[in-house]
Design a protein around this ligand. Structure first.
Ligand code: SF4
Ligand code: SF4
Length: 469
């Protein structure tokens, strides 16, 4: 079974027991001040060759995280982080403690977060990967959540994806949070099930260039839609949702609206239930999306949870020959869907669909020991702050509580916990089965830390105005 990392962080992986960052040693007799992986020494002291740094040419622009970190608005903090890591490694070799190193750590919040607003949801999808936490009543204190976002914006937060673990528009303060973020010039993405588009319409006017909304629709037919998603509200059909899109586009033509389609085929099972196949509806969904003025349709393979650890995975590669037949059918549908493309409408194949089809997914599984992306991108959820979308709601990947950024003191402590977890969380081992789309960026940063003189010739890339990680 192969594990793949999906777009915008909804992910797929295998998790072995992780290290609780709060238990990291910071100064002990047998560890000359190091933070310590499993054997007590910092992870950077473990050799790891460069063979894993295969270039991943098929990364789509939205997954070119290295390019995003080189933008003028991010390259400065990247350089500061690299210099700090290089100084810490050198200091460690000379007996420096990690606490001493923390005193000079770069003072930033993550550049980008996935913000899970609520655990509430008004659908009952068979394929839901968050079923265990749905409608559990775990919630933020709204003003403290706003305080957290203010603190993070003050320290360099540039983009927020409202997503996951529930339906973001079901959060009573959805509109207030969107306005709060836009007042601070933060780019916003919203991943929604489409059931409460009136809430999106209410804030469409405050969203702008670079902001986007993506609806998880996964079908072209009302019957398939309702069978897959089981919306609680009887009037919630695919037609009813799509009919609301033109008014939003009229209110704000700059707001990009996407039609998300997770491809499901025979044999797919999750949550101990067969799920509804939709392969034959791909082309028809593209036609529908264009007709209702969506800007694009995005196509991704099905995700499920691994039995052994509840990790989100693509359960595809059980049988390569079988997969080949399925991929041929999917490819035919995608090619028909592409006939809809023009200046106003795009068909976007997810990177994980392409790497699965061409077999290059293995290039993404060999990670460096230190996952540096944790410093630049995190998940904030009512269950806490987590180091990666792959590990959302995995207790051992917890960086802090749900309000871990609410005050400046909290924020600094969370920054320190993040740096501790980068030292303690061995991505080479923990993520060895993850087809991680951040792999390229992680190796790029690792190389700079090992060779900080390269910073002198590092040049800023083009400004894409896209800081979503
Ligand atoms: S809409 Fe999303 S969160 Fe709600 S049940 Fe379906 S998959 Fe789960
Ligand atoms: S290497 Fe980092 S970004 Fe990739 S899956 Fe692991 S924790 Fe997430």
């Amino acid at each position: 079974m192969q594990k793949i990392h999906s777009e915008s962080g909804e992910v797929l992986i295998s998790i072995s027991p992780l290290i609780d960052c709060r238990n990291i040693k910071t100064d002990s007799a047998d560890d000359a001040g190091g933070t310590g992986g499993a054997n007590g020494a910092p992870l950077h002291t473990r050799a790891r060759g460069d063979a894993a740094r295969e270039r991943q040419a098929e990364l789509s622009p939205i997954h070119d995280f290295m390019g995003k970190l080189l933008q003028p608005g991010a390259i400065g903090r990247l350089a500061e982080y690299v210099r700090w890591q290089a100084a810490w490694r050198e200091g460690y070799a000379n007996g420096m403690s990690f606490d001493e190193a923390l005193a000079t750590a770069p003072d930033y919040a993550p550049l980008s977060i996935n913000l899970d607003l609520t655990t509430a949801c008004n659908y009952r999808c068979d394929h839901c990967v968050d079923m265990d936490i749905l409608n559990t009543g775990i919630r933020y204190e709204h003003e403290r959540l706003k305080d957290s976002l203010t603190r993070m914006a003050d320290k360099g937060l540039r983009s927020v994806i409202l997503i996951g673990g529930g339906e973001p528009t079901a959060y009573p303060g959805f509109g207030d949070i969107v306005r709060h973020l836009k007042d601070r010039d933060i780019k916003i993405g919203v991943v929604t099930n489409g059931s409460l588009m009136k809430k999106v319409r209410e804030v469409a006017g405050v969203m702008g260039e670079g902001d986007w909304v993506r609806l998880s629709l996964d079908s072209a037919d009302n019957g398939t839609f309702r069978a897959m998603h089981k919306p609680v509200n009887a009037k919630c059909t695919l037609d009813w949702i799509c009919e609301q899109i033109p008014a939003i586009k009229d209110a704000n033509p700059a707001l990009q609206i996407g039609y998300s389609f997770i491809i499901v085929w025979r044999d797919c099972r999750t949550n101990n239930a067969d799920i509804i196949e939709n392969v034959a509806e791909i082309a028809a969904a593209a036609e529908r999306a264009k007709r209702w003025r969506f800007d694009y349709i995005s196509l991704k393979p099905f995700l499920t949870r691994a039995e052994e650890n509840n990790a989100e995975i693509v359960d595809l590669v059980r049988d390569e020959e079988h997969l080949g037949g399925i991929m041929k059918t999917i490819r035919g549908e995608i090619e028909r869907a592409k006939r809809q493309q023009d200046d106003s409408f795009k068909v976007i194949e997810s990177t994980n669909l392409r790497v699965l089809e061409n077999g290059s997914y293995k290039n993404y599984t060999e990670q460096p020991h230190n996952c540096h992306l944790q410093f630049f991108r995190q998940v904030v959820s009512p269950l806490g702050v987590f180091n990666c979308p792959v590990y959302r709601h995995v207790p051992q990947a917890l960086i802090g509580g749900k309000h871990a950024y609410a005050t400046d003191a909290d924020r600094r402590e969370t920054r320190d916990n993040t740096l501790r977890l980068i030292e303690a969380f061995d991505a080479a081992a923990e993520c060895r089965d993850v087809t991680c789309l951040y792999n390229h960026a992680n190796w790029f940063i690792e190389d700079l830390i090992r060779n900080p003189d390269k910073l002198g010739s590092l040049e800023a890339g083009e400004e894409r105005r896209d800081y979503f990680l």
